[in-house]
Write a protein that binds this ligand. Structure first.
Ligand SMILES: CC(C)(COP(=O)(O)OP(=O)(O)OC[C@H]1O[C@@H](n2cnc3c(N)ncnc32)[C@H](O)[C@@H]1OP(=O)(O)O)[C@@H](O)C(=O)NCCC(=O)NCCS
Length: 169
């Protein structure tokens, strides 16, 4: 059973560690605390855009998740999805909890939360890197279907190829 709470600025050091955990570091740029504050501070101060969440499991903070409306993405961050969809991103950042089947359960709960936050959403979309097989599997196990492939710049300027995965709400 997972629970979620709004992320705070003092969670950013943990976020950096989670993004650099063995399962995650291929998919996230390495940030300094100053870079994380610059990048995520505005989102944390104004949760009307991307909602950044800390994922809690059995008494511990174990990772993070994002929930956002596709229509609220800035022009540079647009993904191939319906503007009425809700987007999710997720990470189990504690190495001992990865690969134990928890990801499938996390996506099930996160999808439910996303629809609770944005009840008018028509679908749920996530865009893993095309090589991120663990992420693709947990999405498939939750009924998401692969759609368009697209290239997008990461915050460190490197391009990566992502695959939009969607399921109707
Ligand atoms: C993606 C993530 C949430 C998956 O959670 P998990 O608990 O590790 O996944 P599960 O144990 O539920 O495994 C799900 C499936 O992926 C497979 N899998 C797990 N790790 C894998 C890997 N490295 N390569 C290929 N398949 C993998 C499992 O075998 C399982 O497949 P199955 O359904 O055929 O049995 C987790 O690995 C994670 O947080 N990774 C880092 C962050 C990240 O990649 N986020 C995605 C951003 S879109």
């Amino acid at each position: 059973m997972f629970t979620f709470r709004p992320m705070r600025r003092d969670d950013l050091p943990r976020l950096i560690v989670w993004q650099q955990s063995p399962a995650a570091r291929r998919w996230f740029p390495q940030l300094t605390l100053d870079e994380a504050l610059e990048r995520f501070g505005p989102r944390l101060d104004d949760p009307s855009g991307v909602r950044m969440l800390v994922v809690h499991h059995e008494g511990h903070d174990i990772g993070f998740a994002d929930v956002f409306r596709v229509r609220d993405l800035p022009p540079g961050g647009v993904i191939p999805a319906d503007v009425d969809d809700v987007g999710i991103d997720f990470c189990i950042g504690e190495p001992e909890l990865v690969g134990r089947g928890l990801g499938t359960q996390l996506i099930a709960q996160l999808a439910e939360l996303a629809i609770w936050v944005f009840p008018e959403a028509t679908g749920i979309v996530a865009c893993p890197n095309h090589r991120n097989h663990a992420s693709i599997r947990v999405l498939e196990r939750n009924g998401f279907v692969a759609g368009l492939w697209f290239d997008a710049p990461r915050s460190d300027g490197r391009m990566e190829t992502l695959v939009a995965h969607r399921r109707p709400r």
